[in-house]
Every structure is written in structure tokens, then in C-alpha cells.
Design a protein around this ligand. Structure first.
Ligand SMILES: [Zn+2]
Ligand SMILES: [Zn+2]
Length: 348
């Protein structure tokens, strides 16, 4: 059995500390990765502190994993030892329902298995995430990685990247479309890069004037200060699509009037309180409020391939694992541009 070590939360209130555990040998279609980098997603913090009520301890978080294949089962065809592979938010699903057959494993009718803190479908153990030296996964749920990219900055693509890529593609962001990105954080900065790269006229909404320069550098055609009524009003009825990446409480009614007829506002952030809006802001213009989460396996691979072709990665601050608790505190203060990535060689 590959012996594993990483950093784990043992309850909702304590810091993450070093933790030893074991993973199974890779099965016929499974690979073992030596984890090289793991992104720090805001959900890691929510999960470690049991803010969604579904924590299982001890918990090794981490679902933005880039690693090197160090072992492969006899039936593995996509990878060989030494290859770079990536793993995101889900690592298994029923593999036979309609969404799974369509490659939308994240919508699996029986429920997908998450990368950490979920019972594993194969052996019943609790899944342990990527804040660790290794990971075992079926090749169906692992992705090939364009290796010319900075691998530390690839890691956040596996959650922040696909979470923004999928809705932008689904709602057709591209030339001739006007797209708004609300919030410039881990998710927002990826949405901005993708929307710009796909050719949409892209407007960044922010509450902070000091983010203007960064938004322009990351690809915004325009930046709108959402607290400025005149700036907001000037955007009325002009957007095909608005991607709302904000996880703090905010007013959807500020944004719905900015959509064109039949436009969509899509939520990918998770505010703690349910958002509300005035139905009048929807019916006049047949507008939609929608939501989206991560993406299926083919779509995730498509995103990684696109990032390889267009040299897109996340903006990251690389940290050693020993700084993970400090990074969680800084995440709460939005004190990161725009994603922490753990260099897992620091575990040794
Ligand atoms: Zn995530
Ligand atoms: Zn399924």
C-alpha cells in the first residue's frame, strides 16, 4: 500500500497538522500520482471548518492536483509512468447514468465521489485530498496536462478554471457577445482570462477601484465600479451573459437590469445567505438566473488543452505546506492574487 502523508484537519476548529494515512495500490485502470502542486480552493477552508455541515475527519483537503504518474495499473491507456496528470473536484461517479454517459460526471444521478471527505466507491474508505504526497485515481477522472505550462499555476485550473470555463462555454461566450464578470478573486480572475481569450467583449465588475489596473492587465475591455450608480446605469440592457463569481452577500438586483433580453446571470460563487431578487427584474426581458458547478471530464480536458494552446494559467502565490494555516487566514481577507498553490515538495 502506498503510505501517504499530508496535512489534515481533525475537527472544525483546529489548524491543519501533519497526518499519516494509507491509500490502496492502483487498480487495473488506476494510477498513483506523486502530487507536485495542489491549489488552495476556498471550499477547502469551508470543508475543513465544517461550514457546509458535511465534514468527515480526519480530512486532508485539496482538489486542484497536478502530479507525476509513479504507478499505473495494467489497463491504463491514457498515462504511463513519468507523465504529468491532473485531478480536480471529483474522482469517481456511477459511470452508467445518462449524465455520466454524456461525460457530465459532475451531474451523476447517483452522486459523484468528491476528491476528499467522501466514502470511496471502490473500497469504502474516506477519500483524502491533494494536500498530500500522493493520490490514487482511476484514469477516467484524471487529465493530461500541457507540460509547457507552469505546473504550479495549472493546479487552480482544476477547480477555479473549470468552474468558470464551463458556464462561459455553455452560454456561448465569444466574438460578438458582451460578458460581465462579477468579482475579481480566484474564480473571477479565471473567468476574466477565459472570456477575454474566447473573444467576448468582457467587462469586469469590482467593488474595489484598486483592482482596475489588474483587471485591465488580465484582459478586461472595461472595468465598472459596482458601487458607482452612474457607472452601473451606463451598462443597462447591454450584457448577453454575466458570470457572478462572488461568494459574499450581494444584490442580484444590481446586475439583472444590465442584461439584454433573454440574458443570463449565472452564479458560481456560494454566498452563505440565499440571494434574493425582484421578479420584475426577470420578467421584463425574459431573463434568467442560473447556476453552474465545475464540469465533466471531457470538458475539463478540453479546458486544459485550450489553456495549453493559449498559454493560460492562474495567477498564483506558491507556498510551502507549512504555511497552509496562514494561507487560510489570508484567504478570508482576500489577501491573495489570485490563488495559493502548495508546492508539495515542501512536505519532504
Ligand atoms: Zn474548489
Ligand atoms: Zn452517474
Amino acid at each position: 500500500m502506498p503510505s501517504s502523508h499530508g496535512y489534515a484537519a481533525h475537527d472544525a476548529h483546529s489548524a491543519l497538522i501533519p497526518h499519516q494515512f494509507s491509500r490502496r495500490e492502483p487498480g487495473r485502470t488506476e494510477i498513483t500520482l506523486e502530487v507536485l502542486f495542489c491549489g488552495v480552493c476556498h471550499s477547502d477552508l469551508h470543508m475543513a471548518r465544517n461550514e457546509w455541515g458535511n465534514a468527515l475527519y480526519p480530512m486532508v483537503p485539496g482538489h486542484e492536483i497536478v502530479g507525476r504518474v509513479i504507478a499505473a495499473g495494467s489497463g491504463v491507456s491514457k498515462f504511463k509512468t513519468g507523465d504529468i496528470a491532473a485531478v480536480g473536484v471529483i474522482i469517481d461517479s456511477c459511470r452508467h447514468c445518462a449524465p455520466c454517459n454524456r461525460g457530465e460526471e459532475h451531474f451523476c444521478v447517483e452522486g459523484a465521489t468528491l476528491t476528499y471527505a467522501m466514502p470511496d466507491r471502490v473500497d469504502g474508505s474516506i477519500t483524502m485530498g491533494g494536500y498530500a504526497n500522493n493520490y490514487v485515481v482511476d484514469e477516467r477522472y484524471a487529465h493530461t496536462v500541457p507540460t509547457h505550462l507552469d505546473l504550479a499555476a495549472v493546479a487552480p485550473l482544476l477547480c477555479a478554471g473549470i468552474t468558470t470555463w464551463s458556464p462561459l462555454r455553455h452560454w456561448g461566450a465569444g466574438p460578438g457577445k458582451k460578458v460581465g464578470i462579477v468579482g475579481l478573486g480566484g474564480l473571477g480572475h479565471m473567468g476574466l482570462k477565459f472570456s477575454h481569450s474566447l473573444g467576448a467583449h468582457t467587462v469586469q465588475f469590482t467593488t474595489s477601484e484598486r483592482k482596475r489596473e489588474d483587471a485591465l492587465r488580465l484582459g478586461a475591455d472595461d472595468v465598472v465600479l459596482s458601487s458607482d450608480d452612474a457607472q452601473m446605469k451606463a451598462q443597462t440592457s447591454s450584457f448577453d451573459f454575466i458570470l457572478d463569481c462572488v461568494s459574499a452577500p450581494h444584490q442580484l438586483d444590481d446586475y439583472l437590469p444590465l442584461l439584454k433580453q433573454d440574458g443570463t446571470l449565472c452564479l458560481v460563487g456560494l454566498p452563505p445567505e440565499p440571494p434574493s431578487f425582484a421578479p420584475f427584474n426577470l420578467i421584463g426581458g425574459r431573463k434568467s438566473v442560473s447556476g453552474s458547478m465545475i464540469g465533466g471530464m471531457p470538458e475539463t480536458q478540453e479546458m486544459l488543452d485550450y489553456c495549453g494552446e493559449h498559454n493560460i494559467v492562474a495567477d498564483v502565490e506558491v507556498i510551502p505546506i507549512q504555511k497552509i494555516n496562514e494561507a487560510f487566514e489570508r484567504l478570508l481577507k482576500q489577501d491573495v492574487k489570485y490563488r495559493f498553490t502548495i508546492d508539495m515538495s515542501s512536505l519532504k
